[in-house]
Write a protein that binds this ligand. Structure first.
Ligand SMILES: Cc1cc2nc3c(=O)[nH]c(=O)nc-3n(C[C@H](O)[C@H](O)[C@H](O)COP(=O)(O)OP(=O)(O)OC[C@H]3O[C@@H](n4cnc5c(N)ncnc54)[C@H](O)[C@@H]3O)c2cc1C
Ligand SMILES: NC(=O)C1=CN([C@@H]2O[C@H](COP(=O)(O)OP(=O)(O)OC[C@H]3O[C@@H](n4cnc5c(N)ncnc54)[C@H](OP(=O)(O)O)[C@@H]3O)[C@@H](O)[C@H]2O)C=CC1
Ligand SMILES: O=C(O)C(=O)Cc1c[nH]c2ccccc12
Length: 438
């Protein structure tokens, strides 16, 4: 196997015939499935030890999809018919597992992409993990909008006497029975964690520092999301938002008086423009009305035993849960690439943010949930398949099905001076391997 001399040791070099997908969440799996339909091989690099790690490790026990199942399907495979309208977290995970099995997707686990960079000299993406450098013409970024928790700096928080955790590690209110818990943030996570806490006899105080749109999950028996999608086919966005807010006011009343002031911009317009998801209420609102979830204004500072709020109140707490959202991690590992903003989101707005330059693609950064990622996945696979047709005929046939080196996946070969299975030509600038052009 060819090797690259590295400061910190030897890196294996692997040349990949098809694209490299970074991240084996729903987005990465969706692209891999769509590519397989076109006969394009690929590899998926995943930093954890499982697929859909967000769903397996970073969601709470009782979570359910908050959009109806028809809006949460990946391309080419629907949910089983017996699944309820709003599948549980566990059902979603089992669906994702069947999806990977059906399309024979076998990611390379425990491969954390540390850097990815386009090497102009050989026209390839060089994707480096902790122990291997992969080369490919195509790089598909599928690490998601929710790759890392947002942990805000709140004055005094390091002095707090009890546990402080992000909502992504919260599992169940069973751990907090009869405790006073400060929940910072009032997005879907803050609301649902607070609701879960109430159902386990904890006493949540939820911090609402600015504004929030709360919508009923359903309107007259129809999902609010479905109603919005339906109306958007015929009406302009702002009018749809007005209709949603009118209906929400009738169904759940004026939320201002509960301390939940609405933003000036409508819920769908705000989601599209900033990514801020409206809360789809699954029961928290009635617990707020009943006084079981207490709404607090912004935190001024955390003390050893509790919190001081901007309105002057001071309260004691046993634990703090930061439901403060997530961010992309793309800027940490994708180098010299103009396609993403400093926040790690594509600069090009939806629906055109899936294709970058030099064979780079992004999937799952549309701020439109699973529906948005599915549309990206279909587009990316079609685009790469159109290029693949020209390349595959130029490859020596022996290079496609049989690897020349010991490797777990047949379409991967190693770069070496004698056994090259790449689709480009050049000399690897790190080692001396020759790479042939297709
Ligand atoms: C709590 C929660 C609930 C949601 N519920 C819904 C819903 O009901 N409906 C809906 O449409 N959308 C929902 N979303 C939004 C979104 O659709 C999901 O987050 C979805 O999982 C996104 O899939 P993804 O593959 O883009 O990202 P992720 O699921 O985050 O997957 C990305 C993968 O990349 C891996 N990775 C990250 N960095 C690296 C690296 N450097 N190297 C290698 N691997 C890496 C991660 O380990 C992860 O496995 C929800 C989001 C959250 C946070
Ligand atoms: N059942 C489901 O399907 C669920 C889906 N989700 C999804 O996961 C994604 C992430 O949601 P979520 O985790 O709620 O994150 P969000 O980004 O939606 O919300 C973060 C919240 O934290 C607040 N916040 C951030 N920093 C601070 C701070 N320093 N002090 C006080 N408040 C702060 C924000 O306030 P501000 O607005 O003022 O910045 C906001 O209220 C969303 O797309 C959501 O829909 C989440 C949970 C369940
Ligand atoms: O659940 C999420 O986090 C989503 O991103 C799904 C979603 C996409 N567009 C929306 C508009 C309103 C509420 C949820 C979503």
């Amino acid at each position: 196997m060819g090797s690259c001399k590295e400061d910190d040791g030897q890196l294996k070099c692997v040349c990949v015939l098809g694209p490299i997908i970074v991240g084996a969440g729903p987005s990465g799996l969706a692209v891999a499935a769509c590519l397989s339909q076109h006969g394009v091989p690929c590899i998926l690099l995943e930093k954890t030890d499982c697929i859909a790690s967000l769903w397996q490790y970073r969601t709470y026990d009782r979570m359910m999809l908050h959009l109806p199942k028809q809006f949460c399907e990946l391309p080419l495979l629907g949910f089983p018919e017996e699944f309820p309208e709003y599948p549980s977290r566990q059902q979603f995970i089992s669906y994702i597992q069947s999806y990977a099995t059906k399309f024979s997707i076998k990611p390379r686990f425990q491969q954390t992409v540390k850097t990815a960079e386009f090497d102009r000299a050989c026209g390839l993406w060089r994707v480096r993990t902790q122990d291997t450098e992969y080369f490919s013409r195509w790089l598909i970024v599928a690490t998601g909008e929710n790759a890392e928790p947002v942990i805000p700096e709140i004055s005094g928080i390091d002095k707090f006497h009890g546990p402080v955790m992000h909502s992504s590690v919260y599992k169940s209110g069973a751990d907090f029975q009869n405790q006073k818990v400060l929940v910072v943030g009032c997005g879907n996570s803050g609301m649902e964690v607070s609701l879960d806490l109430v159902s386990h006899n904890a006493i949540p105080h939820m911090v609402v520092r600015s504004t929030v749109h709360v919508l009923p999950r359903e309107m007259l028996g129809l999902s609010t999301f479905g109603v919005a999608m339906g109306l958007l086919k015929w009406l302009p966005l702002r009018l749809v938002d007005k209709i949603l807010l009118l209906a929400a006011n009738v169904i759940i009343g004026n939320t201002d008086r509960l301390g939940l002031r609405r933003p000036k911009t409508g819920p769908i317009e705000l989601k599209n423009a900033t990514g801020k998801t409206p809360v789809l209420d699954v029961g928290a609102l009635s617990q707020i009305k009943a006084g079981k979830i207490k709404v607090m204004e912004g935190v001024r500072e955390i003390t050893r035993t509790g919190a001081r709020f901007v309105d002057g109140q001071e309260k004691e707490f046993d634990a703090i849960i930061l439901a403060t959202g997530y961010k992309s991690n793309v800027p940490c590992w994708l180098k010299s690439c103009d396609f993403f903003t400093e926040e790690g989101m594509p600069k090009t707005p939806f629906p055109n943010g899936w294709r970058g330059e030099n064979g780079m693609y992004s999937v799952g950064f549309t701020r439109r949930g699973i529906l948005g990622m599915s549309s990206d996945a279909v587009n990316i696979a079609r685009d790469i398949a159109a290029q693949w047709i020209h390349i595959k005929d130029l490859l020596p046939t022996r290079t496609i099905p049989t690897p020349t080196h010991k490797t777990s996946q047949p379409h991967i070969g190693s770069i070496s001076s004698c056994n090259c299975v790449s689709s480009c030509i050049g000399r690897c600038s790190r080692c001396t391997a020759v790479v042939s052009r297709g």
